[in-house]
Design a protein around this ligand. Structure first.
Ligand code: NPW
Ligand code: K
Length: 482
């Protein structure tokens, strides 16, 4: 992605509101369209095309496309415009009239040939209203089968700007030039892939602040470290995790919490995870010498729980420990910071509402187990977070963090993280940041950023095949270099 000076991510409704507010403030729609068209024409020129095809729908996205074609024609390029659709927007009509007056070649609902080396896709933008109709689908297929480079205007036609889903079929762009702000559909897969390179063209929009943002280095908050300090200044993390079946996962969690800077990390497992001591002897470790956590273990763990300022539950747990987790949430859920990861997340089914000091960190599969209707849908995720009153960090190719009001997207994910243990490490990192005083949302933003950046930098050297969560934990310092 290049030229990302704007980190707001809009949904289609917000984009329309921004447009309306701008026009109400006195900037004319034609001005915005002309600016959009110049931005498209600039990028188009950089390809030094011999023959350009502008494929326009009959809404304002089509209007932009015709205007870009007219500007390129004026610059001396060989341009043809093909129009598909019936209901013409006012903006479209105006552009069509100007293009005709300027002597451009325009064809309606006709098949185009394969003689172009650049196609500008202005079929549908943020006005897509459902699955792409078959007549337009045929045009999209034609664009995708051409050898020409493809520039999509605003969003590849056929991609939902709200979810990133392919609505029947969609244009595969080499570059997408979006106007004013990013849209959700360009951030989430598969839309992100269909968008190709993303570029934002800054139009004269009235400033519009969205509650959804991509995570960039300027919003990372690394906790301070004082010269005159002791271990209690940096928090006390208690990790209750693992099982006789999965003794390895909690080791990664403990390493994550420790290497992100927590003052004290205590790991208590049912089974034997004592290997942690050979990796990092500074971790306080004990085992309950059983298969799983049980409800009555809470009494035994009382002192450790009281001392902790964050409790991480879940990595390597099996469902036999869920009753224990439910009980712990009942007793401590309103007062302690709690991170629920992996199997322990299932415990939230027992609660109508939680509290904002509870974070759940599911991957998509785990989320679907508690929230069956989950699709690639940010609105649903935000609603769920609000309704359950908990913070969610949904781990995926694009990790999404929300408290129901504000949402943040981490775009640094890579296949080096698609490995068992990555989530275990991340919960430890985030817990370690909460222990050091960051609020939960900022701990998720900063923790995921540092970990994913480390993975990315390591992958450049060692490949995405080779990277393991343990290797990431050992090199976590890389991610601190913002
Ligand atoms: N926002 C801004 O600030 C600015 C916005 N600008 C631009 O305006 C764009 C938004 O324009 P918009 O609202 O006119 O809608 P738009 O994307 O052209 O889509 C409507 C067209 O798509 C068609 N169509 C829809 N669904 C369909 C389907 N399922 N299957 C098939 N066809 C379908 C629909 O056909 P219809 O359903 O009416 O027959 C109609 O032809 C925005 O993305 C940006 O490029 C710039 O000018 C700068 C300022
Ligand atoms: K488009």
């Amino acid at each position: 992605m290049e030229n990302i000076f704007e980190t707001n991510v809009l949904d289609s409704n917000e984009a329309k509101v921004m447009d309306k507010l701008t026009i109400e403030s006195g900037i004319m729609e034609e001005t915005l369209m002309e600016q959009a068209a110049f931005a498209i024409a600039d990028v188009a020129s950089s390809f030094s095309p011999k023959k350009i095809l502008c494929v326009a729908g009959t809404g304002n996205n089509g209007g932009d496309c015709i205007a870009a074609g007219r500007i390129l024609h004026n610059k001396g390029y060989n341009v043809e415009i093909y129009i598909y659709g019936k209901n013409q927007s006012n903006g479209f009509k105006k552009q069509l009239l100007i293009a005709e007056n300027y002597g451009l070649k325009i064809k309606y609902n006709k098949d185009f040939s394969d003689e172009y080396d650049l196609i500008i896709d202005g079929l549908i933008g943020i006005g897509l209203n459902g699955e792409v109709r078959s007549s337009i689908k045929t045009v999209i297929e034609k664009i995708n089968s051409s050898n020409a480079k493809v520039i999509s205007e605003d969003i590849p036609s056929g991609i939902s700007s709200d979810t990133g889903e392919v609505m029947g079929d969609a244009v595969h762009a080499d570059i997408t030039i979006t106007f004013g702000n990013l849209k959700i559909g360009q951030i989430l897969y598969p839309g992100r892939e269909f968008s190709g390179k993303l570029k934002i063209a800054e139009l004269s929009f009235k400033k519009f602040i969205s509650n959804r943002k991509i995570i960039t280095p300027d919003i990372i908050k690394v906790p301070n470290r004082k010269k005159d300090s002791h271990k209690y200044d940096y928090g006390n993390v208690l990790i209750l995790a693992g099982s006789s079946k999965y003794p390895g996962a909690p080791i990664l969690t403990a390493l994550g919490a420790q290497r992100i800077g927590a003052g004290l990390v205590t790991l208590i497992t049912p089974g034997d995870s004592s290997k942690i001591l050979s990796f990092e002897p500074s971790i306080i470790y004990s085992s309950l010498n059983k298969n799983n956590f049980e409800k009555n273990d809470l009494k035994k763990l009382n002192d450790e729980i009281e001392r902790a300022n964050v409790i991480i539950l879940g990595p390597g747990m099996t469902e036999d420990s869920i009753e224990f987790v439910v009980e712990l949430i009942k007793k401590q859920g309103r007062t302690k910071n709690i991170v629920l990861d992996a199997e322990s997340i299932q415990a939230i089914k027992e609660f109508e509402s939680l509290s904002e000091n509870i974070l759940i960190t599911p991957h998509v599969g785990e989320m679907k187990k508690i929230f069956k209707n989950l699709k690639n849908n940010i609105f649903e995720l935000e609603r769920f977070s609000k309704q359950k009153k908990c913070i969610i960090m949904l781990k995926s190719s694009i990790t999404t963090i929300t408290d129901g009001e504000k949402t943040f997207f981490n775009l640094l994910g890579s296949s080096s993280l698609s490995k068992g243990g990555s989530g275990d490490l991340l919960s430890g990192i985030v817990g370690g940041l909460i222990a050091q005083g960051l609020d939960t949302i900022n701990a998720c933003i900063t923790g995921s950023y540092i970990m994913y950046k480390t993975a990315k930098e390591l992958s450049n050297e060692y490949t995405e095949y080779f990277i393991t969560p343990k290797l990431i934990s050992e090199n976590l310092y890389i991610g601190f270099k913002l």
